[in-house]
Design a protein around this ligand. Structure first.
Ligand SMILES: *Cc1c(COP(=O)(O)O)cnc(C)c1O
Length: 222
C-alpha cells in the first residue's frame, strides 16, 4: 500500500461516521490525488483556481472538488463549470460573482460562508457580527444558483488547546445560530485541519479538511 493510501486509511479510521473528509491536495501533483482516489477517496480540496482546473482536467470526473482558498472574483470562471463546493466565501462581492458565474453555467453551486474567529489578523472570512448584518438583508433570496450549505472556519494556529477549542466553539455557535435562516440544506460545519481535526470533531465538526497528514509536507517553491 502506498504511503498516501496508508495515511488516508489512518485518518479515515479516526473519523466518526457522518464526518466528511476533504483531502487537501493543494501543491501536490495529480499523481498524488490519483493515489488517494485509487484508495477510495472522492472529495478533494484545493486553494488555487488554475491548479484546481488543471487537476479537474487530468483526473476522473466523479471527483468532488472543493475550493477552500481565498478566491478572487475574476478567477471563479476557471472552476464554476464543475466545482462541487466553494468553502471560502468571505464577502458579499464574491457571493454575487459566484451567483453570476453559476447562472452562466446553468448550475447550482454549494457554498459555505467563511467565518473569521482566529486570533490572527491575516486570516480571511467574515467577522460574525458583519455576517449577521449581511444576512439580515436576506441577500440569498435573489440567488437561485447558490445553495448555502453551512460555515467554514480556521482555528488559531497554536498548541494551546483552550484557544483552539474556543475558536471551534465559536464556529459551532454561529453555525447553530444561522441554521434556522437556511433550512435543512444548511448542514455543514467545516472545521479542522491536520493538526487540530480531532479537537474539531469533538466540537461538532461535520467536515474536516486534511492535507499534510495525508499527502506529506507542502513545498510552496514548486
Ligand atoms: C491548506 C488548508 C488546509 C489543510 O491544511 P493541513 O494542515 O495540510 O491539513 C485546510 N483548510 C484550508 C483552508 C487550507 O488552506
Amino acid at each position: 500500500m502506498s504511503e498516501i493510501a496508508s495515511q488516508l486509511a489512518l485518518v479515515r479510521q479516526s473519523l466518526p461516521a457522518g464526518v466528511t473528509l476533504v483531502a487537501v491536495s493543494k501543491t501536490h501533483p495529480a499523481e498524488a490525488v490519483r493515489a488517494a482516489y485509487d484508495a477510495g477517496q472522492r472529495v478533494f480540496g484545493e486553494s488555487r483556481p488554475q491548479e484546481l482546473r488543471g487537476k479537474y482536467d487530468a483526473l476522473p470526473k466523479d471527483i468532488e472538488w472543493h475550493m477552500i482558498g481565498h478566491l478572487q472574483t475574476n478567477k471563479i470562471k476557471y472552476i464554476a463549470p464543475f466545482v462541487a463546493q466553494i468553502e471560502s466565501v468571505d464577502s458579499a462581492r464574491l457571493v454575487e460573482a459566484i451567483q453570476k458565474e453559476a447562472a452562466r453555467c446553468g448550475r447550482v453551486i454549494d457554498i459555505l460562508l467563511e467565518l473569521h474567529v482566529a486570533a490572527e489578523e491575516t486570516k480571511t472570512g467574515w467577522d460574525p457580527d458583519e455576517l449577521r448584518t449581511y444576512l439580515a438583508g436576506n441577500p440569498f433570496a435573489g440567488m437561485p444558483n447558490l445553495r448555502v450549505r453551512g460555515v467554514m472556519g480556521i482555528a488559531t494556529n497554536t498548541d494551546d488547546e483552550t484557544t483552539v477549542r474556543r475558536d471551534f466553539d465559536a464556529l459551532r455557535r454561529c453555525f447553530e445560530e444561522l441554521r434556522p435562516m437556511f433550512g435543512p440544506a444548511f448542514d455543514t460545519l467545516s472545521m479542522g485541519m491536520s493538526h487540530d481535526y480531532p479537537l474539531a470533531v469533538g466540537c461538532g465538526s461535520t467536515q474536516v479538511r486534511v492535507g499534510s497528514l495525508i499527502f506529506g509536507e507542502r513545498d510552496y517553491s514548486k
